[in-house]
Design a protein around this ligand. Structure first.
Ligand SMILES: [Fe+2]
Length: 353
C-alpha cells in the first residue's frame, strides 16, 4: 500500500567545506567593487550580521551554524531510514550544471541507470568546491553508488503526461557528470555520518533560476554586473505547487513507499538585490516558515514570482511541490527547524511531514 513521507533539507554548498570557509560568500561580497563603500562599515549592517561576524569573521558562528544543520540532517535521515522508502523523489534546482544553452526544461524527471559518483573529483565548480578541502577530508577517489528508480520514474512521467502536466525526462546526463549539486549534496548531507544512502532516487530538476539561469549561470555575480540580458522566467510557484499535488496523487495511487524530498535553502544573499546581496531576506522566510508550520498552503500556492525574486527565493520553488503534496495529503509538518543566519548566505529550513 502507498505510504508517503515528506522531507525538506538544504543543499548549501559551503556546508561541504570547512568552517574556516563558511563565510566566504559574504567575505567575497565585501571585496566586491560594486558594494557601496558605506556598506563596508559593520555599523551599517543588521545587528544579527554584526553578531555572527564578530571579531573572528564568523568562525565561531560557522561551528554553531553547522551543528544546527547537522542536527536537522540527522533527524531527517533517521526519519527516512525508519520509513524505509522504495525510492525518494527529490526536487532540486539545476544551476547551469546539467542543463545549459542546449536546453532548459522547466521540469524534468531523471530516469537514469544506477551510477557511481565521485563527489570531489567531478564537476566541483558547480558547487564552488574547486580546490577547497571538504569537511570529511575525503579524497578525489571517494565514490558513492547512487541507485535510480528508473521504472517508477517512467511511471511517474506517464502519469503526469496523461494528466496534461507536460514534463521532460532524461535517461542519461547531458552536460554534467553524475547529478547536479542540489541532488548530490542532499544525499551527502543527509548521510552526514557516512552510514550509506542506499535508497533509489528520482531527481526532478526544476528551473528555479529562470531569468538568471543562463545569463548569470545561476550563480554569484558582482553588483557592478547587473546589466546582462535576462532569460525567460522560471515556472510559477503555483505551477510548482500543482506539480507536487499530482506527484502526491501518483504516489497515493501507486503500491510504493515514497519519500518526497525538497532540496534547497530559502532566501539567498547573493540574489538579494535589496540587501546589496550581503544577506538574505530573513523576514520573508520567517513568514513563509510560519505558514508552513501552520499548514497554510494557500499562502504558499499564492506566492507570486515577483515575491520569489524580490526575496531572493528562487530556490524556494523546490519546496513548492512539497507544499503542494502535503496540502493534497492534508498533512502538517511533524517537526521543523529554521536555522537563521545573516552571514552564511541563506536561511536553512529542515522539515519532516
Ligand atoms: Fe541550489
Amino acid at each position: 500500500m502507498a505510504e508517503i513521507l515528506g522531507i525538506g533539507v538544504s543543499h548549501y554548498p559551503p556546508f561541504s567545506g570547512t568552517d574556516e570557509n563558511m563565510a566566504d560568500v559574504f567575505r567575497n561580497r565585501l571585496r566586491d567593487p560594486g558594494l557601496p563603500k558605506e556598506k563596508l562599515d559593520p555599523a551599517a549592517w543588521p545587528e544579527e550580521l554584526r553578531t555572527e561576524f564578530a571579531d573572528d569573521e564568523g568562525l565561531a558562528s560557522a561551528k554553531i551554524h553547522r551543528e544546527s544543520m547537522v542536527e536537522g540532517f540527522r533527524k531527517c535521515m533517521a526519519a527516512i531510514r525508519d520509513f524505509n522508502p522504495d525510492f525518494c523523489i527529490i526536487w532540486g534546482d539545476d544551476q547551469y550544471e546539467n542543463f545549459k544553452e542546449s536546453i532548459i526544461p522547466p521540469f524534468c524527471v531523471l530516469a537514469y541507470d544506477d551510477m557511481t559518483v565521485k563527489p570531489w573529483a567531478q564537476a566541483q565548480d558547480s558547487s564552488d568546491m574547486t580546490g577547497k578541502p571538504n569537511y570529511w577530508n575525503e579524497g578525489n577517489d571517494y565514490s558513492i553508488d547512487i541507485k535510480f528508480a528508473k521504472q517508477p520514474a517512467k511511471e511517474l512521467v506517464s502519469f503526469l503526461l496523461q494528466r496534461d502536466f507536460d514534463v521532460s525526462y532524461a535517461y542519461e546526463p547531458l552536460n554534467h557528470p553524475g547529478i547536479a549539486h542540489a541532488f548530490l549534496n542532499a544525499i551527502l548531507y543527509l548521510d552526514f555520518d557516512r552510514e550509506g544512502f542506499s535508497f533509489p532516487i528520482i531527481p526532478m530538476p526544476i528551473n528555479c533560476y529562470g531569468e538568471r539561469v543562463i545569463s548569470y549561470r545561476g550563480f554569484i555575480s558582482s553588483l557592478n554586473d547587473m546589466d546582462r540580458e535576462l532569460d525567460p522566467p522560471s515556472p510559477s510557484p503555483a505551477r510548482c505547487f500543482d506539480l507536487g499535488t499530482l506527484v502526491a496523487k501518483f504516489c497515493s495511487e501507486s503500491p510504493y513507499r515514497v519519500a518526497l524530498i525538497a532540496s534547497s535553502s530559502w532566501s539567498h544573499a547573493f540574489l538579494c538585490d535589496k540587501t546589496h546581496r550581503m544577506y538574505p531576506d530573513v523576514p520573508f522566510d520567517r513568514k513563509m516558515y510560519k505558514a508552513l508550520q501552520e499548514g497554510d498552503y494557500e499562502r504558499w500556492r499564492n506566492t507570486t514570482l515577483d515575491e520569489i525574486t524580490d526575496s531572493a527565493n528562487q530556490e524556494m520553488l523546490n519546496w513548492m511541490p512539497l507544499a503542494g503534496a502535503m496540502n493534497h495529503l492534508g498533512r502538517k509538518p511533524q517537526w521543523t527547524d529554521f536555522v537563521e543566519t545573516y552571514l552564511f548566505n541563506s536561511s536553512k529550513v529542515a522539515a519532516i511531514f
